[in-house]
Ligand binder design. Structure first.
Ligand SMILES: NC(=O)c1ccc[n+]([C@@H]2O[C@H](COP(=O)([O-])OP(=O)(O)OC[C@H]3O[C@@H](n4cnc5c(N)ncnc54)[C@H](OP(=O)(O)O)[C@@H]3O)[C@@H](O)[C@H]2O)c1
Length: 349
């Protein structure tokens, strides 16, 4: 390499944001690697997992053979702080808040995928999860639903990346809530594919039970219900009661939500469609359709597709996302892009 090429190479490298992934051996970790490999302004710097899952990334995930030569290593904090500026924390809830305070104390920015920093009311978190051990950082965490919290995300050090069901649901009803058009009581029926539960199969999500099957779960007590209520309430500026019923179907990817709302006043389908188009007119990743969205159309993309309809005298909104992309890793990179002032679509189209 000639000297000036060398300099350009190093200036180029210097400008790239260095990103670490903790929990890189999981489903969301793999999707984050995929996106970062094509990101023009950010570079994978350090991948970590539990010792038994470590090794060359192309051995852990053969899809990266020939495309990524990094190793997934056991976490070493000194290495992490010397190599990265921002960390994607792809760990399960409860585990995450054991790591996040150390990462923030080391001066790193953190985008956390778990539920540990999403619920502002500690008593609600503790009812649905366990005792919260990092309430100090919880106070400063910014909920990373990009389309609605962009201004806060810009200056954040800790992002609570939203849950997958709340992402689809809240984007689906935000135009109605923001404009005060519906009664404060919503019903959400949603179906997810089996990747929503992560890579370790449980009895319910194990192949023989899932294959050619479809069933409801988390009846009356799913953990995403209070998260949806918190964010919907913030957008509407009043308490919103949400009855959320998840189902799981025999497919890998995607969440389709059907959301039933009571309009305060009669609205035509045309006016409703226009309201949604206006609300999302500047959003790159929310697409308002004139017919029902289909999961195959949004699989492997960061798009949320929405169709608001008037059925009898109700508003029924259909919303579709890829749970691993817009519902997790894609939204995390979208957050990172906002935090660093990159084009919001970088790596995501
Ligand atoms: N799946 C989704 O659709 C989705 C959507 C939105 C948000 N999320 C959230 O994103 C996070 C990751 O989900 P996922 O689906 O990627 O889960 P996953 O496939 O189970 O991966 C979890 C990762 O965390 C690692 N891990 C587990 N316990 C650990 C510990 N005690 N110490 C260090 N590492 C540990 C796992 O290591 P091993 O490889 O050794 O198990 C794995 O790398 C979760 O908080 C989840 O709720 C998931």
């Amino acid at each position: 390499m000639a000297a000036n090429e060398n300099a350009a190479f190093f200036i180029g490298r210097f400008k790239m944001i260095q990103v670490a992934i903790i929990g890189a051996s999981g489903y969301t970790g793999a999707e984050a690697i995929e996106i970062l490999l094509r990101h023009p302004e950010a570079e994978l710097a350090y991948l970590t997992a539990l010792p038994e899952e470590c090794g060359n990334v192309a051995e852990v995930f053969s899809r990266f053979k020939g495309r990524c030569s990094l190793d997934i290593e056991p976490l070493d904090m000194d290495k992490l702080t010397s190599k990265a500026q921002v960390v994607l924390c792809c760990l399960p809830h409860k585990v995450s808040m054991g790591f996040v305070p150390k990462l923030l104390d080391a001066g790193l920015k953190v985008i956390d995928f778990s539920a540990d920093y999403r619920l502002k009311d500690v008593s609600v978190y503790e009812k649905y999860y366990q005792k919260h051990t990092d309430t100090e950082n919880l106070k400063h965490a910014v909920y990373g639903l990009c389309e609605l919290y962009r201004d806060k995300i810009k200056g954040a050090k800790l992002i609570a990346n939203p849950g997958c069901f709340p992402t689809g649901c809240v984007l689906g009803v935000a135009p109605l809530l923001k404009n005060g058009l519906i009664a404060p009581s919503i019903i959400v029926n949603a179906v997810t594919g089996s990747s929503g539960a992560g890579k370790n199969p449980s009895v319910n999500f194990h192949f023989p039970n899932m294959n050619e099957n479809f069933f409801a779960y988390g009846i009356g007590n799913h953990r995403h219900q209070p998260e949806m209520e918190q964010i919907a309430g913030e957008i509407a500026d009043e308490n919103i009661d949400i009855l959320f019923q998840p189902h799981v179907g025999a497919f890998d990817i995607g969440i389709l939500s059907t959301i039933y709302c009571e309009p305060k006043e009669k609205i035509t389908a045309e006016k409703l469609g226009q309201l949604y188009k206006d609300f999302y007119k500047n959003e790159q990743f929310v697409q308002v359709l004139g017919s029902a969205p289909k999961l195959k159309d949004i699989a492997k993309t960061n798009y949320c597709q929405i169709y608001p309809a008037v059925c009898k005298n109700k508003i029924v909104v259909f919303s579709a996302i890829d749970n691993l992309i817009k519902g997790a890793s894609g939204q995390a990179i979208q957050n990172m892009n906002i935090m660093y002032g990159f084009d919001e679509t970088a790596g995501l189209l």
